[in-house]
Write a protein that binds this ligand. Structure first.
Ligand SMILES: *Cc1c(COP(=O)(O)O)cnc(C)c1O
Length: 216
């Protein structure tokens, strides 16, 4: 897998300073994660609890694990000890459960609130108004720290639509910051569209395919 390190080098040269890269290693074996680690990558994105738990156990402790998939609440107890950031918080109920579980083991978990702006019904997340409602609830939850928003653009060839979606996500981030000033992270942009996301203010880009190749 020597191309993993060259892909990372190329991406790092292209991504502007101040934007962090989440290497989305989901569905790829731990050997691929090791290759990326050897090339200096430390932040990894995973979408399944079993997988992130296994990879975190196999990798050095300075890896930073971002969870970007649907959270099955019955697996939260296993997720919370290993995860650093849960980017895919899409309900107030989930936020409360994360806080309760984090409190149980005496830690605080960073989260991003996922916002739904894309055309696809299959994508999840808060509608913009509900996001702000939820942000107010967060203030009473001591064991979660809301750091910003995460979103995805519509899967389309229309660059205008993609740009409009990222603009809408950035706008949600700006509204959130009026309630929670520390919520400065804007996680948006994937392999196909990250340069557009960066142009709209992304602070985190989540890239899988362009680093690790296609997923089986
Ligand atoms: C899989 C996934 C990515 C990475 O997608 P690529 O197209 O492989 O770069 C980014 N964000 C989320 C939420 C994902 O589920």
């Amino acid at each position: 897998m020597p191309q993993i390190s060259s892909n990372l080098l190329r991406l790092r040269a292209e991504i502007p300073e101040g934007v962090r890269l989440v290497a989305v290693s989901k569905f790829h074996p731990v050997e691929a994660v090791r290759e990326a680690y050897a090339a200096g990558q430390r932040i990894f994105g995973e979408s399944r609890v079993d997988e992130v738990v296994a990879k975190a156990a196999a990798m050095p402790p300075d890896c930073i694990w971002h969870f970007i998939g649907h959270v099955q609440t019955n697996k939260l107890r296993r997720l919370i000890p290993v995860v650093h950031v849960i980017e895919s918080v899409d309900s107030e109920r989930l936020l409360r459960l994360i806080s309760a579980e984090a409190a149980r083991i005496g830690r605080t978990v960073d989260v991003l609130l996922q916002v739904h702006v894309a055309a696809e019904e299959t994508k999840t997340g808060f509608l913009p108004d509900d996001l702000i409602e939820c942000a107010r609830v967060c203030e009473s939850l001591p064991n979660v720290r809301v750091r910003g928003v995460m979103g995805m653009a519509t899967n389309t060839d229309s660059l205008d639509r993609i740009a409009a979606d990222f603009e809408a996500i950035a706008e949600c981030g700006a509204r959130l910051r009026r309630v929670i000033p520390d919520a400065t992270e804007l996680s948006m942009g994937m392999s196909g569209d990250w340069p557009i996301a960066v142009a709209h203010g992304a602070t985190l880009v989540r890239i899988g395919t362009d680093i690790f190749g296609s997923r089986s």
